[in-house]
Design a binder for this molecule. Structure first.
Ligand SMILES: [Fe+2]
Length: 502
């Protein structure tokens, strides 16, 4: 089945089991094509959920021309970092293209490509423990949005595992061509005590620095932790790293499609409640801020590709998440509202933006959850490297807002900060304060670095320059709910833990 556009009129042609069937739409024009040479659409990028709370969720999917990424095909021409920087400044797509793509090749045929395909999708969802099955109408994926489609579900029950199934077919076809299944869990209500809650937090990984052919080891380790949900704090992929340096929009999409075709990631996202945050490298480039461009793409477009195309979308990209009686999280946005990093520091300079900061301070003060966790895409306490760092609230370039946020959080002895961004694992406790910060580290050992392992500062409770992830648990004990932070290596082995009973 193939979609043909002729003078704006959509004509669908189908030949089935030797009998020619012609579907005529629009003004009565005809054409025909054999079904035997038609394949797809497939779910090469699976699907993802996002922004799940007690009663709502967003489901994202993309239709592809192949069930898996292209294993063969030409590789990108390697270029030096310096050459890439020069190309990025030119903003010339022809130069960017010819420097990295072999002559005559197209992006869809490159190794790792997972090209999109037109088609229709339909979602079915139902509580796993019984209850009504709901089914949406068929809807077309949007070629303007890289062949993706999203559903906003708003009629869910709290604390419930939902099984979902998505079907795909060619436009106008009767027969379903592909099917994909999975599940996610909604959050428990604020008065529901949970015997045990577990969630994992990861940061900083990409296709090039994966530690298994099919993806990253951490996903297999987290599977064994039986988590309720997962948070990625950003730098999910890196536009400004080679193979290729993604300086055009089509190259950016190529990188997402390749990453989400990794079977380990794809399977994990299909079966867990997930929250995706973004940072600099998956918005545009290192330390990106408003006014920046990377090749042919500007900062605003970079935000849109992440917020509106490649991930589940929401009106606001920050969220308060209550998970039962004892736990509340604040998932922060770190790019959309920030000042230019190069602005002089002062009261007007911000990463959070006035609206998000007011919301954070107000809702955190009002929360009656036993434990409160602020999840930030970049450090609030640090310590961070001093030299050349001016991107986060622990850097001197954002000292004014950093001090304001730290002073606010220091009022509470039941608030903890979790951060990604830094490529080493750490636990920071600023002496004589209530301030704690847990750094997840990078998602693979080959991705770790950026801090001298011997440079242990007074505020470091733990320091490890390796990859892994953070597991957070709230466990009911006879003494009350206990909060546990466990820093794990890429295989899920415990490397450090801190336990709190408040
Ligand atoms: Fe990173």
């Amino acid at each position: 089945m193939k979609d043909v556009y002729l003078k704006g009129i959509n004509i669908l042609i189908m030949k089935k089991t030797g009998v020619l069937a012609v579907l005529l739409l629009g003004l009565g024009l005809w054409a025909c094509k054999s079904e035997t040479d038609e394949k797809g659409p497939y779910f090469g990028n699976g699907f993802k959920n996002g922004w799940v709370d007690q009663h709502s969720a967003v489901i994202w999917t993309r239709l592809t021309a192949m069930p898996e990424m292209n294993a063969d095909g030409p590789e990108f021409i390697p270029i030096s970092k310096k050459e890439a920087q020069q190309l990025a400044k030119t903003g010339d797509s022809t130069q960017i293209w010819s420097a990295q793509v072999p002559q005559g090749a197209i992006l869809d045929s490159m190794q790792g490509a997972c090209p999109g395909m037109l088609g229709e999708v339909k979602l079915t969802y139902r509580p796993k423990n019984g209850g009504a099955t709901k089914t949406t109408d068929w809807a077309r994926v949007d070629p303007e949005k890289d062949f993706t489609f999203q559903w906003q579900l708003t009629d869910l029950q709290s604390n419930t595992i939902y099984e979902i199934e998505i079907l795909a077919k060619a436009i106008g076809a009767k027969q379903v061509f592909s099917k994909v299944k999975g599940q996610f869990k909604t959050a428990p209500d604020e008065n529901e005590t949970q015997e045990s809650i577990a969630f994992s937090v990861v940061s900083c990984h990409d296709y090039n620095r994966k530690d298994l052919q099919g993806g990253h080891k951490i996903y297999q380790a987290m599977e064994a932790d039986s988590i309720d949900f997962y948070i990625h704090t950003g730098d999910i992929e890196y536009y400004d790293k080679p193979n290729p340096y993604a300086m055009t929009e089509s190259m950016m999409h190529y990188k997402w499609n390749r990453l989400f075709a990794l079977p380990i990631q794809r399977d994990f996202y299909a079966s867990h409640t997930t929250y995706f945050m973004k940072d600099d490298h998956d918005t545009l480039k290192d330390d990106a801020f408003p006014g920046n461009t990377y090749g042919t793409v500007d900062f605003e477009r970079g935000l849109d590709i992440f917020d509106k195309v490649q991930f589940p979308s929401a009106e606001k990209t920050y969220k308060k998440l209550r998970w039962g009686k004892d736990l509340e999280l604040w998932i922060l946005e770190g790019r959309n509202y920030r000042s230019k990093n190069t602005d002089p520091d002062g009261a007007a300079k911000t990463i959070l933006g006035a609206e998000q900061k007011e919301w954070l301070f107000r809702t955190l003060s009002a929360s009656d959850a036993r434990y409160k966790i602020v999840v930030s895409p970049s450090p609030i306490l640090g310590p961070d490297r001093g030299k050349g760092k001016y991107d986060n609230l622990s850097n001197s370039s954002y000292a004014h807002e950093g001090d304001e946020v730290r002073a606010f959080l220091n009022q509470f002895d039941d608030v903890f900060i979790v951060t990604g961004d830094r490529h080493w694992q750490f636990v920071t406790q600023i002496p004589n304060t209530n301030l704690w910060e847990f750094g997840t580290g990078s998602g693979a050992d080959i991705h770790a670095g950026g801090w001298d392992p011997e440079d242990v500062r007074p505020q470091h409770r733990f320091l490890r320059v390796k990859g892994g992830y953070l597991l957070v648990r709230v466990i009911e004990t006879t003494a009350g709910p206990e909060l546990r932070f466990e820093l794990k290596d890429v295989d899920g082995k415990l490397k450090h833990q801190e336990v709190f009973l408040r």
